[in-house]
Write a protein of this length. Structure first.
Length: 405
């Protein structure tokens, strides 16, 4: 199939861009159907709290390694095969969970991380290439929107299905979503990466120093801090609901996704016009408030309030960090930048799931959410320090230019 350089156009809403957003939505739903239900399923088949946390963190370790390699490879070769192979691994691993004991589930979960790392990183690279540079904030914002909406809708579907039926039905629904994504992929025109467009000479595909995009590291570090509390919500909210005897805990995600939809209407454009600070600071404060309210939840009303605060903040901050990471990076390193950024989320899930599960085991899930707010406070301190440092540097540069003139 012919490859086009879609990024040369100023159009954002092309057929392929819309299709890749839908594919991303389905792939993330398929994957995040498993996040809140696999730990509960692990305990149902005889697993301990530590084994349940390994189910969450196991995929993150392999996905972290795979993302770094995939992000770099995606800058060198055709991205469609990478995406297709990743989706097939994702579906086959999900199918196998229906028949395995807990020890084997942990092993297969690690393998599934490879498929997840390949597919999600390849999609991010494709989207980044499709989006015109002048519309980076808006275009990447809608991509992040499809990701965040799926991460909010998937737990609602998963928890309702798991409570009414059993995990095997959840797994079957996940496989169906991946199958639809594979079919839609055949209709997408994948843009050439920069190396292909310039007819670059063949070189070693994998060079260790090229796996990480240095200019994307700071936004990625902030994303690492941001996602640790999210890990606690996505992975353990079903168990939290059982702890506080609130079995319709899935209501949380309705408020969460509603606020994300609200923020998406203006956050991308605000990022493009005013920069990241105007979006990130109020968003982070809102998340801190939401987490604190969540830790004291005992009714549906307080649950919804917590979800509105947290959903507003996450919907503003996460897409802005990703757009910032891509904007800071060279055009020929878009794949590596996305790989670096998404790897920070995997690392966050790896560390967060273990730390937070230990706190929940010793204390409670409510205390766990209170503790996770510490990472958002660190986020604010680090981000604020760098902003002040950059501001002072800019003032010094302006004074120097004025004296020279």
């Amino acid at each position: 199939m012919k490859r086009l350089n879609l990024n040369s156009s100023n159009r954002l809403w092309t057929k392929s861009y819309i299709l890749i957003l839908i594919i991303n939505l389905f792939v993330y739903i398929a994957f995040y159907l498993l996040v809140p239900t696999l730990p509960a399923f692990a305990k149902q088949i005889g697993g301990s709290n530590i084994q349940a946390s390994l189910v969450v963190s196991g995929f993150s370790i392999s996905s972290l390694i795979c993302r770094a390699v995939t992000g770099h490879v995606a800058d060198k070769i055709d991205r469609k095969p990478l995406l297709l192979i990743g989706l097939l691994i994702l579906a086959l691993c999900t199918l196998s969970y229906m028949f395995l004991p807990i020890s084997a589930v942990i092993v297969v979960r690690i393998l599934q991380g490879v498929g997840w790392g390949m597919s999600s990183t390849a999609i991010a690279a494709v989207v980044s290439e499709m989006v015109p540079s002048k519309l980076r904030g808006e275009g990447m914002g809608y991509y992040s929107l499809s990701m965040i909406i799926s991460m909010s809708l998937a737990p609602i579907i998963a928890i309702i299905v798991m409570n009414r039926y059993k995990f095997n039905v959840v797994a079957a629904v996940s496989i169906i979503f991946v199958g639809i994504a594979i079919l839609l992929l055949q209709l997408v025109v994948i843009p050439q990466n920069k190396a292909q467009r310039l007819g670059a000479k063949k070189e070693k595909i994998i060079v260790l120093r090229d796996l990480i995009e240095k200019r994307a590291l700071f936004p990625s570090f902030l994303c690492f801090l941001l996602v640790i509390p999210l890990c606690g919500i996505m992975s353990y909210i079903m168990l939290f609901g059982r702890e506080i005897k609130l079995f319709n805990i899935w209501v949380y995600f309705i408020g969460h996704v509603s606020m994300i939809l609200v923020t998406r209407s203006f956050v991308g454009k605000l990022f493009d016009k005013k920069g990241h600070a105007v979006v990130i600071i109020p968003g982070a404060i809102s998340m801190i408030i939401g987490l604190m309210i969540l830790s004291y939840v005992h009714s549906v009303a307080s649950l919804v309030i917590a979800s509105l605060f947290y959903g507003f903040g996450y919907g503003a901050v996460q897409p802005s960090l990703q757009a910032w990471a891509v904007s800071r990076s060279p055009a020929e390193r878009i794949g590596a930048a996305n790989g670096t950024f998404l790897s920070s989320m995997d690392l966050s899930f790896t560390i967060g799931s273990i730390i937070l599960s230990l706190i929940a085991d010793i204390k409670s899930y409510a205390i766990m959410y209170r503790f996770s707010d510490i990472f958002m406070v660190i986020f604010m301190l680090v981000y604020g320090f760098v902003l002040l440092k950059e501001k002072k540097s800019n003032i010094c540069n302006e004074d120097l230019l004025e004296n020279v003139s």
